[in-house]
Design a protein around this ligand. Structure first.
Ligand code: UT7
Length: 338
């Protein structure tokens, strides 16, 4: 859907924990090896949040505080804060409430949004709608996940993939007639994928019990091969749909910003949409799959390289299934420091 009053990203920040989990360390934990992990996934290391009682909000608060500081934003001027996560601190209250309170966003209403690995794009689209309607002028969108909390470190099929991290963006109204900002978003979902990527227990259907813990039902499970195929097809198709809808050629695109689940997925998507890998943002080698945090962490890592007017296509795929693409025209040069 095309937006009338255009929203734009006015700043980006991120936070990853100091603790590094390398492929060598995983070799000591499960039957795997660095060569398998590197060639099959592109992941070399990931960050893990250590410490009793520390949840997703700890990382998100660090990212949002940095964002507020670097954009010289008074937290009391924030209208809305959305946190995309599948690993909230608790079931209730929303992690977004905890973040908003901690950063002093006293006027903001806040809530969590759950769309698995597509969460950040869905949340950014929601923020853009609030800006377009005039209901909000300043929105913070956070993508944050402590995947180590729901990862089984005896299961080699999943424990090599995930990492912890948080990224945040400030979304404001684009300068009038500037042409910058979020131009268009396509969000899709299909619950037919529910049995291929899931965390079974901990919700209302399978509340926590001795049996669910013994069955390891609080950990994330996936049918890797089928998710892989679905991710390649869905992300490629939605990027092609977005580019065709705006008469964009690969040469027009400064960067493709894809969800970081597997480097081979990214390579296949890039090939199918004919965008060269040097134009694909990558952080999977150092952070693994951080679920809702992959996109804002990519923007954070590449912020210094971005220029006003750069055309970006964001693309996501995750549990649900959920997927989508966003076309935006970047609104500032280099790292935002006010
Ligand atoms: O972010 C949300 C969306 N998630 C995704 O998009 C993830 C999509 N899936 C994937 O990225 C890949 O399917 C995985 C990385 C999960 C697995 O890679 P794969 O190339 O699909 O491997 P596979 O499951 O087909 O397994 C191939 C072999 C198997 O052994 P056999 O049966 O051929 O003897 C596995 O048991 O590799 C074995 N294997 C491992 N070997 C060493 C599976 N995991 C490991 C491991 N180390 N960690």
């Amino acid at each position: 859907m095309k937006l009338i009053k255009r929203a734009s990203i006015a700043g980006v920040a991120g936070y990853v924990p100091d603790n590094v989990l390398t492929n060598d360390a995983l070799e000591q934990m499960v039957a795997t090896n660095d060569q398998w992990i590197t060639t099959r996934t592109g992941i070399q290391e990931r960050r893990i949040l250590k410490g009793a009682g520390l949840g997703t909000s700890v990382m998100a608060i660090r990212a949002v505080k940095d964002l507020l500081q670097k954009t010289a934003t008074d937290p009391a001027t924030i209208d809305l804060l959305i946190c995309a996560t599948i690993t909230p601190d608790q079931i209730t209250p929303a992690t977004a409430n905890i973040i908003a309170h901690a950063v002093g966003a006293t006027r903001a209403f806040s809530y969590d949004l759950q769309a698995a690995c597509s969460g950040f794009l869905y949340a950014l689209d929601t923020a853009a709608q609030f800006i377009a309607s005039g209901r909000a002028k300043k929105v913070i969108v956070v993508g944050a996940d402590k995947m180590s909390a729901i990862t089984d470190y005896t299961d080699r099929a999943t424990c090599i993939l995930f990492g912890d991290g948080a990224g945040a963006v400030l979304v404001t109204e684009a300068e009038a007639d500037s042409g910058y900002g979020i131009v268009d978003t396509i969000c899709k979902s299909d619950g037919g994928g529910q049995h291929l990527l899931y965390q079974k227990a901990g919700g209302s259907r399978w509340p926590a019990s001795h049996a669910t813990v013994e069955a390891k039902a609080h950990y994330i499970h996936q049918d890797g091969q089928n998710v892989f195929k679905a991710a390649v097809t869905a992300m490629s198709e939605v990027v092609v749909e977005m580019m065709a809808g705006h008469q964009l050629t690969p040469a027009d695109i400064a960067y493709l910003v894809p969800h970081q689940a597997n480097r081979r997925i990214l390579q296949l998507v890039a090939d199918r949409v004919a965008i060269p890998m040097e134009k694909v943002m990558l952080n999977i080698h150092k952070y693994g799959n951080t679920t809702a945090a992959t996109l804002p962490l990519c923007l954070w890592d590449y912020e210094s390289k971005l220029k006003k007017g750069d055309k970006l296509i964001l693309a996501v795929f995750g549990g649900g299934f959920t997927w989508g693409a966003m076309y935006m025209i970047w609104g500032y040069d280099g790292c935002k420091m006010m």
